[in-house]
Design a protein around this ligand. Sequence first.
Ligand code: DAH
Length: 339
Amino acid sequence: MTDKLAELERQCARRIAELAGLKELEQLRLDMLGKKGELTTLLKSLGSASPEERPALGRLVNSARENIEKMLEAAKAGIQTRETADRLSAERIDVTKPGKAPQFGAKHPMTTVLDSLKDIFVGMGYSIAEGPEIETPYYNFDSLNISATHPARSEQDTFYFANGDSLRTSTSPMQVHIMEAGQLPVRAICPGRVYRRDEVDATHAPVFHQLEGIVVDKGVTMGDLKGTLELFAKELFGSGTKVRFRPHYFPFTEPSAEMDVSCFVCGGQGCRVCKHEGFIEILGCGMIHPRVLEMSGIDPVVYSGFAFGMGLERISMQRFGISDLRLLHENDVRFLKQF
Ligand code: DAH
């Protein structure tokens, strides 16, 4: 018995030397002292010893148990100290190291342009309104004098919902929402996202941004439209900018025009950027069609108004000399950092 106990203590000491952590230590404790452990098995075998021998043997087993318990106790303390030391060294912070500078972003070129547009128009007394990106066919088309068979409907094919509603194809439905609200006179700009079923290329994307403008008051004329938009162009592109209005057709304005600005690269001489035209088209505009006023509950005999709509991507590309619209949407910081 003495031999067996001594061997058990040696075995325990050997396993302690190889312990990896507290989990293995617990396993060792169970192997030694647990209900089915080695020592318990030895203790049980005392049953076969003679009554005279038993007390002495019992004392031996108990003293071995105490030794083993002390060894396990000491091993536990050792492992805990080691683990604490390991953690402290792993989590150590060198406060003398140079800091990591945070990465600063910059305003997106379109945000910069939108901010200037807001400044320019708010400076002229306009308010800023935003509205829904999902519209009924009435708001997206009919209320803008685009009838069911009008070709503009197929040109502005978009994304539809099962109930016939669609993502708006322009910010022009905002004209109608504003007029229906009935707070006249009104001067407002409405920036926002618009959607068309367009393939992605250097000048097209299925999601892009427009800014709509609307003015309704008594006695508003085409002269007001021209003066306002010329001032806007000079503010945004520089005081030397020249503008040109070309007659055009939009179903919801009459008369309608497109406004060009003198090329920001060549100043009107003609170059590659303006395709040797000297001018670049930047927006559509016109006097709000009397029928559109009427449908929105405004008497066209008393009131008149003008509207304009521009693509923010296109304006930003012109303003910053960006040649591919996709760059504006990819959000590559290497590109965006240049502005
Ligand atoms: N809605 C037109 C488009 O998406 C742009 C436009 C043209 C808006 C003329 C207007 C306007 O307000 O008067 O192409």
